[in-house]
Design a binder for this molecule. Sequence first.
Ligand SMILES: Cc1ncc(COP(=O)(O)O)c(C=O)c1O
Length: 368
Amino acid sequence: MKKLTTPYYLIDEIKLQRNLQIIERVRQASGVKVVLALKCFSTWCVFDLMRSSLDGTTSSSLFEARLGREEFGKEVHAYSVGFSKSDIQSVRKFADKVIFNSLSQLRMYQSEVKGIEVGLRINPGISYSHFDLANPARRYSRLGASNPDEIMKSSALFSGVMFHFNCENDDVENICAAIDVISENYGSLLEKMQWVSLGGGLYFTKNGYPLDRFCQKLKSFSEKFGIQVYLEPGEAAITDCAELVTTVLDVIHNEMDVAIVDASVEAHMLDHLIYQTTARIAAPESGPYPVIIAGRTCLAGDVFGEYALSARLEPGSEIRIADAAGYTMVKKNWFNGLPMPAIVVQRLDGRIEIVKTFKYQDFKRSLS
Ligand SMILES: Cc1ncc(COP(=O)(O)O)c(C=O)c1O
């Protein structure tokens, strides 16, 4: 393979297909419908592969809903923390379901969405999140209606509800217990509903996840209330199927070797800065050579992490940063005017396709 110009995001369709096969298995064994959360992954050049394994998309804005309709098709769920009137007037053209974040938004726009299925996000007051920043049940949370009496009184206004309260939850017993709490607290509401979404944040494509137990729980929940259950995976659908491929530009020594690559955490893998996590290195392998790998923006903390690698890095060495699909490509930005990583796909048949490159004009046009 000819060496491609770095930096680029490389999506591997064979790895993606593995996640999709697990999703298909869950759909078949449990009867749930599964919609892709576009907020996590919107790189539509692989939607042709994803389409047959999923029931549609869910969105967090008008633009995502429109992208779901235009590029994915199937069911389009439109949710937003806050719709404007013009959002609603546009989104109703794309959406099969409009899900409101509050009863006040639902009442405000109910006359605008006649003929479309309406849903309400409910905040069940439980959460599985390692970070307060991503905890929908945190104090003063604005994410979802939380007054059970008020929700019940308005139940004639909607036919479905959405609960999103997980974040990379890989503990099946924990999700089973949460489903029991929801059944207990909202059982009489669920009996009146046609559908319920359990949101995203469930790490069921992880190796060793007890899929049978998971599917059995989803199925019995659905049967108990005679209701269609949805899941909204983002991360679980695309986990571990992309890399950010970079080249070392310089190695400086300041107590330790520090390799500076032609990409950046802040511009190209922002979540590691937000959540203060360390990026995983897909290549080179681990070994005896200690090194810090850092980005090339002016931010002092633009650092991927500290590693021990099999080779001593030097200018020209290639470094592949793992897990570069979820909440990564959707958050890339033009900070410092750095070159935007291209989007490259390795198709199922092994063919490498450079799908998108970015130029100076893209940077310039994004600002004025
Ligand atoms: C309402 C909703 N659904 C689905 C998701 C997708 O979650 P994940 O990517 O963790 O599966 C999110 C993520 O924040 C969300 O807010």
